[in-house]
Design a protein around this ligand. Structure first.
Ligand SMILES: C[S@@+](CC[C@H](N)C(=O)[O-])C[C@H]1O[C@@H](n2cnc3c(N)ncnc32)[C@H](O)[C@@H]1O
Length: 282
């Protein structure tokens, strides 16, 4: 029983909220005598507690809405994969995999824009869809970059396009050391770039300054005139810094673009050439 209670406090999507609510109840009970000796202080405390609970409620509702949006996105992903004939045998959207909102936008880019040259940083379920698209689109080319030999070997049987293990090293970006693929894009031009790596080997919520920013200086010069660039995990503070830096680099490079954000359980920051701005609302 005790073990179950401890697990309840540590696991599950709302464990942190449950812990805060429990702590609030304990603190309020401990402070009960204050209501007798200092009624006005007690009223202030009760007010603060009510506002905090309201705030927690709003946060939870927001997460629930994001989950529902992602569930709707997953239904669309599943049916689009069937209609397009791109359904990989093993396709998942939980754990470290791209979220349904990312996968849905990914399918829209592949099927509506029909990119000719794709660069993917960080491999997974999205890579399986790229393989299905490339097999279905003569003249198109894609390369997926992976830092982990182990993950590459697991995924390899499901990937038929170019798929490479590229080691990561620290690169100095904006005054910080950033884990970066040791990659030189030379004079290649990509019309679709998906940035979902490298993995920092940390729990996703831990702040990593300028996470995944190692590619930002090279990327503007490697874009075709019509392009889509997607940064996954754009809700994290480190990725947000990277997205702002990339926006700055595009502007400095005189590259006209539109920018928007997809919001589900995770967020994606999207940059497109102006003629592809319609992608925001399809
Ligand atoms: C966020 S993941 C990329 C996810 C990918 N876009 C997808 O849709 O699944 C970034 C990196 O995490 C690692 N990774 C991805 N999935 C993993 C898994 N299931 N287990 C362990 N590592 C994983 C890989 O090194 C990958 O390059």
């Amino acid at each position: 029983m005790k073990q179950k209670f401890v697990a309840f406090l540590h696991k599950g999507p709302y464990a942190a909220a449950v812990r805060v609510a429990l702590l609030a109840v304990v603190v309020l009970v401990a402070l009960c005598p204050v209501s007798y000796f200092a009624p006005s202080a007690w009223s202030a405390l009760a007010g603060i507690a009510s506002v905090s609970l309201l705030f927690i409620g709003i946060v939870l509702l927001n997460r629930l809405r994001a989950k529902l949006d992602d569930t709707a996105a997953l239904l669309s992903v599943e049916s689009a994969m069937q209609r397009l004939g791109w359904a990989p045998k093993d396709f998942f959207t939980d754990g470290a995999a791209g979220s349904p909102s990312l996968q849905l936008f990914h399918i829209k880019v592949l099927s509506l824009i029909r990119p000719r040259n794709i660069l993917e940083l960080g491999s997974g379920q999205t890579s399986k869809l790229i393989s299905a698209y490339v097999a279905d689109s003569p003249g198109s080319h894609a390369i997926s970059i992976e830092q982990s030999q182990e993950w590459h070997d697991i995924l390899r049987p499901s990937i038929s396009h170019e798929y490479k293990v590229v080691p990561v090293a620290k690169r100095h970006v904006e005054g910080v050391d950033v884990l970066s693929y040791q990659l030189d894009l030379h004079d290649q031009k990509f019309d679709y770039v998906l940035v979902d790596g490298p993995d920092n080997n940390l729990e996703g919520w831990r702040y990593t300054p300028f996470s995944r920013a190692g590619i930002v200086d090279q990327l503007p010069g490697a874009l075709a005139p019509e392009f889509v660039v997607v940064f996954d995990d754009a809700e994290r503070p480190g990725e947000r810094q990277t997205v702002e830096l990339f926006s700055k680099r595009l502007t400095q490079g005189g590259i006209a673009h539109r920018r928007f954000t997809l919001i589900g359980v995770k967020h994606q920051a999207v940059f497109v050439s102006p003629n592809l701005a319609f992608l925001q609302s399809v």
